[in-house]
Design a protein around this ligand. Structure first.
Ligand code: ZN
Length: 370
């Protein structure tokens, strides 16, 4: 087979597979007409993908009594990618299928320390998770690890870690005990990747991750913009209050110490937002008012610089629906150009977006190989 035929075959196979990623089922005729392919080409590819166990005959369609056409659909569980979210006190594990759906997750209390036994324990939690959810090890594509640190494009080298003490050999420490392919991702970038997964048509967007630390990621022209030094979108370290609260980075007054989720609750955000609905406690209400203002101010800075949609995500973003109108109002009050605040959006991927986003990189890479 020459190169041209090979590329064309791969192109057709990958188009057919993508079709199944976006449609619940399809007949051969659907594929032929939607993708402008001949039936023999469709037949060959269906046989090939079925042989790999990536699609399956799932039913039939047509008149009763007449000839019924077989429908095919994706075998979403053919492969699975795992993701970890590593924070100061917790390790979350998720499994995502080829549709990008979370099929299993759990959250474990494990206090971070840069010791051999810590990394061994993380691997232990992951193995228990695999066993408890009866995940077939042969199907595992890899383990994406979201960490609150900056990571080079090799997904191995940590080069800034102000929050937790990740060191240069972090990758080796993980891979010493986790016996699958692994890759490390900055937490906010992973979260943003999950967001882009569910909103594939995002072109220009700034994602603000309001988790136990504040991070960001930006998508420009549909691509993640990493910056010259892989430090783009670090919104947590914009000076919000001159000489203000101490930030873990060593500076004072950064966005992070004002918008980190830990300002609201150390460990129970769901409980915090439940309380917020009914509380009359002035202290809680005042602190919340200030949080909303700081959020609006941060949004205003990003909007003024980038003039694009802004997604509020992370742990806090998942609870902001009832407060979005209020945030918009506050942002409008200080905006120079905008006539409305429709550019402020809430994240669609509300839970475990860091771990899922880290895992989804493996799914995305796998799909590209088909
Ligand atoms: Zn800072």
């Amino acid at each position: 087979m020459d190169g041209f035929d090979f590329n064309l075959r791969k192109f057709n196979t990958s188009n057919i597979y993508s079709y199944f990623l976006n449609h619940e089922e399809a007949t051969k005729q659907d594929l032929a007409s939607s993708l402008n392919l001949t039936l023999p080409t469709v037949n060959k590819n269906i046989d090939y993908l079925t042989g790999l166990g990536l699609i399956q005959a799932s039913g039939s369609r047509g008149q009763t009594g007449g000839r019924r056409a077989i429908t095919y659909s994706l075998v979403s569980e053919a492969k699975v990618a795992l993701g970890l979210d590593i924070t100061k006190h917790h390790v979350s594990c998720v499994a995502v299928d080829l549709n990008g759906e979370i099929v299993a997750f759990n959250r474990n209390w494990l206090v971070f320390e840069y010791t051999d036994s810590y990394f061994k324990n993380v691997a232990g939690l992951l193995n228990e998770f695999i066993k408890a959810n009866k995940i077939d090890e042969k199907k595992i594509l890899g383990v994406g690890i979201g960490i609150p640190a900056l990571v080079q494009s090799d997904n191995k080298t940590v080069f800034y870690s102000g929050i937790m003490d990740f060191r240069e050999d972090t990758y080796d420490m993980f891979s010493k005990y986790i016996h699958y392919d692994i890759a490390m991702f900055n937490d906010a970038k992973a979260s943003c990747f999950a967001e882009k997964w569910v909103n594939k048509d995002i072109m220009n967007t700034f994602y603000i991750m309001l988790s136990n630390n504040v991070g960001g990621a930006m998508i420009i022209n549909g691509q993640v913009y990493s910056g010259d030094n892989f430090r783009s979108a670090e919104v947590g370290h914009i000076t919000l209050v001159p000489n203000g609260r101490q930030c873990y980075c060593g500076q004072c007054g950064c966005v992070d110490p004002y918008l980190a989720a830990t300002n609201l609750s150390q460990d129970d955000l769901a409980g915090y937002f439940e309380t917020l609905k009914t509380t009359t406690d002035e202290k809680i209400l005042d602190a919340w008012e200030r949080y909303l203002d700081y959020t609006a101010q941060t949004v205003n800075i990003v909007r003024a610089v980038l003039d694009c949609d802004i997604i509020l995500g992370g742990y806090v973003g998942a609870y902001l629906e009832p407060y979005l109108a209020d945030i918009k109002k506050r942002a409008m009050k200080i905006s120079t150009f905008d006539k409305d605040a429709e550019f402020i959006k809430l994240c669609s991927y509300k839970h475990e977006s860091i771990a899922a986003g880290a895992a989804l990189h493996y799914v995305s890479d796998f799909i590209k190989t088909i």
